[in-house]
Design a protein around this ligand. Structure first.
Ligand code: FAD
Length: 380
């Protein structure tokens, strides 16, 4: 067992750290306030290979492993979780979904552009009445011979307004339940496809979240992903990998807040000494560092499982469950360590605290992760 990063992994981490410091940090407060993430920054992330990290180079990807992916996710998330969610959705849900389940034609047509950042992708599973209970899909995809007709509403879709390609889950045969669900590739601009207004959110405010409406959208048969009825399995497998990315996002938010809190505690004086010399503060730092390291080990283990070809359904659920809890709890502590300064935007920790919350909700809430983990334990 080797806990050291390879030289290559260190270089990838340093490149992501450098990008986050030089390109993401300066405008992060403004992006949070304006709820806008500039196209140019997305393009820069694409140019660095961050949008197709694990995709085979023959499809335009960087051909890196899952360990590299979580290192990139952690570094970007320390500074801007709105940037890292674009990276996460594009990599784990859209590129992975197409590379693992798509046809060669679909990969040539869409994956090659998504992996380079020429296109941005969105993953559309959630609906007003189907969140945690994803089998209750109300969006329908009726088989019309050479095409499907899609009708319904998807909500909370990340990259919803800016994506070029949308992977949409819909019910084809209600009688078959989860075996009657399919996944489709829908392009921006297809007739009957409408993007609703942007959500005004608590956190990851730079990220673009929308409701989408499909009214008789005609989708060619060749845009179905996988065999007829395989859409639910596609969604669950894809989300399982997605949880590694969100776990790494949570880890980055937590470690970013910790680094700021440590620095501040060594500078700020109260009662004649730096506040880190007060045991109440020092013990907070000790707890933060210990639990962040524990989260890091779970995140790395899940990524390692993926790289080894092991089943990662449970390790990714554990990593997300724990890292998101650590992110939520320790960003609150980071605000506390900053005192009044923690409550204002300039010190960044209040944003990290707001951003942390989403990691306990999307790609399966913490309660859903516990269902995944406990079911597997009981089945053993
Ligand atoms: C900012 C943001 C971005 C998102 N991006 C996307 C995206 O890109 N694509 C996409 O498809 N979705 C996306 N989502 C949706 C997200 O995945 C769902 O919000 C999430 O899965 C929870 O579903 P829900 O909101 O319907 O909550 P519900 O399912 O209604 O859950 C409400 C509460 O009940 C709990 N609960 C539900 N069932 C159980 C149970 N069986 N046992 C115990 N507790 C239970 C939940 O844990 C939660 O606490 C996004 C959401 C947000 C807020």
């Amino acid at each position: 067992m080797d806990f050291n990063l390879s030289e290559e992994h260190k270089m990838i981490r340093d490149a992501a750290r450098d990008f986050a410091q030089t390109e993401l940090l300066s405008g992060v407060i403004e992006r949070d306030e304006t709820q806008h993430f500039p196209k140019e920054l997305v393009k820069k992330m694409g140019d660095l290979g961050f949008l197709g990290v694990m995709v085979d180079p023959k499809y335009g990807g960087s051909g890196m492993d899952a360990i590299s992916y979580v290192l990139i996710m952690e570094e970007l998330s320390k500074i801007d979780a709105s940037a890292s969610v674009i990276v996460s959705v594009n990599n784990s849900l859209v590129c992975y979904g197409l590379e693992a389940f798509g046809t060669e034609e679909q990969k040539q047509k869409y994956l090659t552009k998504l992996a380079t950042g020429e296109f941005v992708g969105a993953f559309c599973l959630s609906e007003p009445e189907a969140g945690s209970d994803a089998t209750s899909q109300k969006t329908t995809a009726i088989d019309k011979g050479d095409h499907y007709l899609i009708n319904g509403t998807k909500n909370w879709i990340t990259n919803g307004g800016r994506a070029d390609v949308y992977l949409v889950i819909a019910q084809t045969d209600k009688d078959k339940g989860s075996h009657g669900i399919n996944a489709f590739i829908i392009e921006k601009g297809m007739d009957g496809f409408h993007v609703g207004p942007k959500e005004n959110k608590l956190g990851i405010r730079g990220s673009d979240t929308h409701t989408l409406q499909f009214n008789d959208v005609k989708v060619p048969k060749e845009n179905r992903i996988g065999d007829d009825g395989s859409g639910f399995r596609f969604a669950m497998k894809t989300l399982s990998g997605g949880r590694i990315g969100i776990a790494a996002q949570a880890l980055g938010i937590a470690s970013g807040a910790y680094e700021l809190a440590l620095k501040y505690s060594k500078e700020r004086k109260a009662f004649g000494t730096e506040i880190c010399n007060h045991q109440a503060i020092a013990f907070k730092l000790a707890d933060m560092y210990t639990e962040i390291e524990a989260a890091r080990h779970l995140v790395m283990k899940a990524a390692w499982d993926k790289d080894q070809g092991n089943n990662y359904d449970v390790s990714s659920a554990m990593a997300k469950l724990y890292a998101s809890k650590v992110a939520m709890e320790h960003t609150v502590e980071a605000v506390q360590i900053h005192g009044g300064n923690g409550f204002v935007k300039d010190y960044h920790v209040e944003r990290l605290m707001r951003d942390a919350k989403i990691t306990q909700i999307y790609e399966g809430t913490s309660e859903i992760q516990k269902i995944v983990i406990s079911r597997s334990l009981i089945k053993q």
